[in-house]
Design a protein around this ligand. Structure first.
Ligand SMILES: [Mg+2]
Length: 231
């Protein structure tokens, strides 16, 4: 098999998503502090208390405002979500990510990206990580609508069209067995699950063969070795 292009996921593949969450909570804490004239550290603790309870996942800000009517009188959930999504994140690439990307490029492979999530957030992450313009295409699926998030095949099909390669010549590298490997597998791509300690989905297992990656690797150096074998 001869691969020609490698497409990456972003969150928890090239940087740690928990760092983004921390950065977002810090931004929201500053906003809460500004509105309520309290120390940001106190607001951060208030967020942390709710966020530590998994049952509030996806509605942390709703719960924070429900518990704090004074704050709720001055700010909306929507405003806090907007603050979180549009903040300039303090995040960095995982060690070894740049070497892998550069190494693949030097070996003549095309590099692309397919990532889900609000367009403003994903764009801000790419800028903060210095990745803007380094992959082509960079597909933010939410720009088409959230119904095109993985496991939808549209983004993978688009890469094949743009590059003029078939699935057998392409690889997708991601972290999340719940959604990352379904579409590439259906389209005949190879796929790699990159495992880093501290990922949010590290304990998830693929539900079935259809959701399984071709290979699982621990870290970028091992990924580079697998890709070299396929090239
Ligand atoms: Mg991911």
């Amino acid at each position: 098999m001869v691969i020609r292009g490698v497409v990456f996921d972003l969150d928890d593949t090239l940087y740690l998503e928990r760092a983004y969450v921390e950065s977002g909570f810090a931004a929201v804490s500053r906003r809460m502090a500004e509105i309520s004239a309290r120390p940001a550290s106190e607001c951060r603790a208030q967020l942390g208390q709710v966020a530590s309870d998994a049952s509030f996942r996806g509605r942390v800000f709703d719960e924070v405002l429900r518990r704090d009517p004074q704050l709720a009188a001055r700010v909306t959930v929507r405003d806090l979500v907007e603050t979180y999504r549009s903040h300039e994140p303090t995040i960095s690439l995982l060690p070894g990510a740049v070497d892998l990307l550069e190494g693949l490029r030097q070996r003549g492979l095309k590099l692309g990206m397919i990532t889900d999530g609000p367009v403003a957030s994903q764009s801000a992450k790419l800028t903060a990580l210095g990745l803007s313009g380094t992959t082509d295409p960079t597909i933010l699926t939410d720009a088409w609508g959230i119904e095109f998030r993985k496991p939808h095949e549209r983004a993978f099909e688009r890469v094949e069209e743009l590059w003029g390669y078939s699935g057998e010549q392409l690889v997708y590298i991601g972290d999340n067995p719940l959604k990352d490997f379904v579409a590439p597998r259906r389209r005949g791509w190879l796929s790699v699950r990159l495992v880093h300690p501290e990922q949010l989905h590290i304990r998830e297992q693929p539900a079935a063969l259809e959701a399984s990656p071709s290979e699982s690797v621990h870290g970028f150096a091992e990924a580079a070795r697998v890709l070299a074998l396929w090239q």
